[in-house]
Design a binder for this molecule. Structure first.
Ligand code: PMP
Length: 408
């Protein structure tokens, strides 16, 4: 079976917790690492360790070559037109903060301008915009979701005004698992002259991302959710837009020339990558991308579909369970399930499941406004990766039912 071969590349899947085989269902928080990623990190640390872009010696040239060829590999993976459109960051959070700072510094926003943010966004795609809004006197308008968790695209026509400069939206919600209609939203926003930032932290894992087809202006994601080293990430931006942005941080390697009278800045993307970069981590995006491609295999996709059908049926047929993010069309949802159980606290359930070897997330999942929307203080979330199996899903449901019985 292909899935067994794939699983053997992720050593953590052979770990036990409390004497039980680990069933890792917290993949939306961070994925597990395959050996190929760890080996790349090891090679970069033990064979190619050297600072980037600076020295002329062979090791520095080799390290720089590996770092820059990673940029080209990422550009090809997401369908960017130019490698320069890929800015390396420490993750989605830094990507969005970088963009917020640079847009602010460029004079893009004037007092009274508006930013649209979806109700289902992660705090990383809310708070950076609140910070800019506080400083620049902007207004944040919320795009609502319906009771299934789907974004109400039809509200855009009312929300958009001539002052709407930017729309910030997740490709896939980390709480609801719903795939948002990015192309449709981009077309509506662009017709209004509004730029679109897509938070792709979950989208990059589960969708075949083609940025040019999506048409968005910016796309942010983290390496650690696609099997790469933590502390790696990407901000994609259309070249013409990035070229009009000022630097994010000042420091080494982001400049063209420095003098007391006048400092000029490096071309993109170097302008946004001040200081020593993640020398060992960023090149792990290459084997990580390879892993993503392997995991998109047909046999593995079929197992994912079986998991989705089983999970949806099991969770919706239990009258005590409320599933958040339940679109009519199952193709619109990834195998990510946030729910609550009547009369049982999500944290108690998570603790009992942990004792059964199951790692799940409980709490607000960095989306407090969405918790308020559904009138809950938190949820329990089981998020599957393509290396998870139907057997694990079955064990999860069986264990969940046992845990509910114990707590009721
Ligand atoms: N946005 C979404 C949709 C996410 O799922 C996450 C991670 N939970 C983030 C942003 C933040 O990612 P990071 O912590 O890697 O910066």
């Amino acid at each position: 079976m292909k899935i067994d071969t794939v699983r053997s590349d992720f050593p953590q899947l052979r770990e036990t917790v409390y004497g039980k085989p680990l069933v890792y269902l917290d993949n939306a928080a961070t994925s597990l690492r395959p050996l190929s990623v760890v080996r790349e990190w090891e090679d970069m640390s033990l064979k190619y360790n050297s600072n980037l872009h600076r020295a002329v010696h062979k090791t520095a040239v080799d390290a720089t070559e590996r770092y820059e060829s990673t940029r080209a590999a990422v550009a090809a993976f997401v369908g960017a037109e130019f490698p320069e459109e890929i800015v390396f960051t420490s993750g989605t959070t830094q990507s969005i903060n970088l963009l917020a700072s640079c847009l602010e510094g460029s004079g893009f926003f004037s007092s009274g301008d508006e930013i649209l943010v979806a109700e289902s966004e992660h705090h990383s795609n809310i708070v950076p915009w609140q910070l800019v809004s506080m400083r620049k006197g902007l207004k944040i308008k919320v795009i609502p979701v319906n009771s299934h968790g789907e974004i109400l695209v039809e509200t855009l026509s009312e929300l958009l005004t001539p002052r709407t400069k930017l729309c910030c939206i997740a490709h896939i919600s980390n709480v609801l698992g719903i795939v948002n209609p990015i192309r449709e939203i981009v077309d509506i926003c662009h017709a209004n002259g509004t730029l679109v930032l897509v938070d792709g932290a979950q989208g990059i894992v589960h969708a075949d991302v083609n940025i040019r087809e999506a048409g968005c202006d910016f796309y942010a994601f983290s390496g650690h959710k696609i099997y790469a080293a933590p502390g790696t990430g990407v901000l994609y931006g259309k070249k013409a837009l990035l070229e009009n942005l000022p630097p994010y941080m000042g420091g080494g390697e982001m400049i063209e020339s420095v003098s007391w009278e006048k400092t000029t800045f490096a071309p993109v993307p170097g302008r946004f990558e001040a200081g020593t970069q993640n020398i060992s981590g960023t090149p792990t995006l290459v084997p990580a991308i390879q892993t993503c491609k392997i995991l998109r295999d047909r046999e593995i996709a079929k197992e994912q579909e079986d998991i989705k059908a089983f999970m949806a049926k099991s969770l919706t047929s239990n009258p005590d369970i409320t599933l958040y993010g339940n679109p009519e069309d199952p193709a619109k949802k990834i195998p990510l399930y946030s729910f609550s159980v009547a009369g049982v606290h999500h944290e108690d359930l998570a603790l009992i499941l942990d004792k059964m070897g199951i790692a799940v997330r409980s709490g607000q999942m960095c989306a407090e406004p969405l918790m308020n929307r559904f009138g809950v203080t938190g949820m329990l979330r089981a998020s599957f990766a393509p290396y998870n199996t139907l057997k694990e899903a079955e064990y999860f449901i069986e264990s969940l039912n046992k845990a509910i019985k114990m707590l009721k």
